[in-house]
Design a protein around this ligand. Structure first.
Ligand code: HEC
Ligand SMILES: [Cu+2]
Length: 337
């Protein structure tokens, strides 16, 4: 008994933990509240069905148990039409109710609100690209969104099937090569939301994460204004040279993106909270380790390592990349979901 109480209170503590909010108990978007409501209905019926079935079983076992002194088999009987109709009809009604509720929720969460912000989402082995066609910039692996504004994501993939999933914001959507799938939701709470690829897509599928960074509207607008007429800063001239010689073929820095995208956009590297599709925190040390040997951090990665670069060149390169940022914004301070 003591152990059960201890386990339950631990579970309660875990659910209440600020840093690891469980989405089901803390929905922060209309999308998730809708799904949560549906889940509660399903749970109510499940508990009801379990209670009635387990209760009936217990009652029958007790009521028809062998009495002292009883000899041989008790009297046998077969069938009860009325009972059978009732226990068929009730589950049918429950299924119909759940069907109706599900259909209503589906219609609601699949609505495409007018005036939504459009973002094109593309999955690659093993990273994500986010393009804002109306705002004229792109970012990779970190989807920056304004709080309180509905978004419509147009999701696709370039190589194999992936699936876009930010549990804290909305349900999953498949990312399918050659096809667009739509997902719409309205983030409400500013925060740093963990995202995942939810479709087995290759050796580093489990390292194909990302973040959705929801900013207060004013901060988002400030970022957009800065991103629109962004002149990528050159924090280190030698670093820029190394970048142009070794990295430009695959990576863009806002506007200098080659038409065939091979690697993530690095234009706002210095603003990042995470690196390499969300697998480690963004720090200059991790950045340096990644450039030297990305395969050590992500098996099967499509970026070659650069062990041939000298320490000085590597450091200059890291300084250059770390300098690529919009000043005055700190996404690391946001709460995590
Ligand atoms: C052949 C193409 C190619 C070249 C050349 C290349 N990269 Fe990459 N790079 C990629 C790909 C593809 C990824 C995505 C890897 C993943 O996460 O699966 C990547 C990822 C990265 C990331 C992580 C991006 C993020 O969003 O977190 C950084 C940083 C990076 N590369 C820097 C460099 C630097 C610096 C150079 C030059 C020294 C370079 N890359 C050269 C293809 C390339
Ligand atoms: Cu994937």
């Amino acid at each position: 008994m003591k152990r059960v109480v201890a386990a339950l209170s631990l579970l309660g503590l875990a659910l209440a933990q600020e840093a690891h909010r469980v989405v089901v108990t803390n929905p922060t978007t209309p999308f998730n509240r809708e799904v949560n409501g549906l889940l509660i209905w399903v749970l109510v019926f499940a508990v009801l069905v379990f209670g009635v079935v387990a209760g009936a079983l217990a009652y029958v076992t007790w009521r028809f148990r062998a009495k002292p002194g009883q000899q041989g088999e008790p009297p046998q009987f077969h069938g009860n039409d009325r009972l059978e109709v009732v226990w068929t009809a009730i589950p049918v009604v429950i299924v119909l109710i759940l069907f109706g509720l599900t259909a209503r929720s589906l219609v609601r969460v699949n609505q495409l609100p007018a005036g939504a912000l459009k973002v094109e989402v593309t999955g690659y082995q093993f990273w994500w690209d986010f393009h804002y066609p109306e705002l004229g910039f792109r970012n990779s692996n970190e989807l920056i969104l304004p709080a309180g504004v509905p978004v419509v994501l147009e999701i696709t993939a370039k190589d194999v099937l992936h699936s876009f999933w930010v549990p804290g914001l909305a349900g999953k959507r498949d990312a399918i090569p050659g096809q667009k799938t739509l997902l719409s939701f309205t983030p409400e709470k500013p925060g740093n939301y963990y995202g995942f690829c939810a479709e087995l897509c290759g050796p580093s599928h489990s390292r194909m994460l990302f973040r959705a960074i929801v900013l207060p509207k004013e901060e988002f607008d400030r970022f957009v204004a800065a991103a629109k007429d962004y002149a990528p800063p050159v924090a280190d001239a030698r670093g820029q040279e190394v970048f142009q010689q070794n990295c430009m073929a695959c990576h863009g820095v806002q506007g200098k993106m080659p038409p065939a995208v091979i690697g993530p956009e690095l234009g706002f590297m210095g603003n990042r909270v995470s690196l390499a599709a969300g697998i480690v925190d963004y720090t200059p040390e991790h950045l340096k380790a990644w450039i030297k040997d990305p395969a050590a951090m992500k098996p099967g990665v499509k970026m070659p390592g650069f062990p041939q670069l000298s320490e000085e060149d590597l450091d200059a390169l890291v300084r250059y990349l770390d300098g690529l940022k919009v000043e005055g914004l700190d996404f690391k301070a946001l709460p995590k979901f």
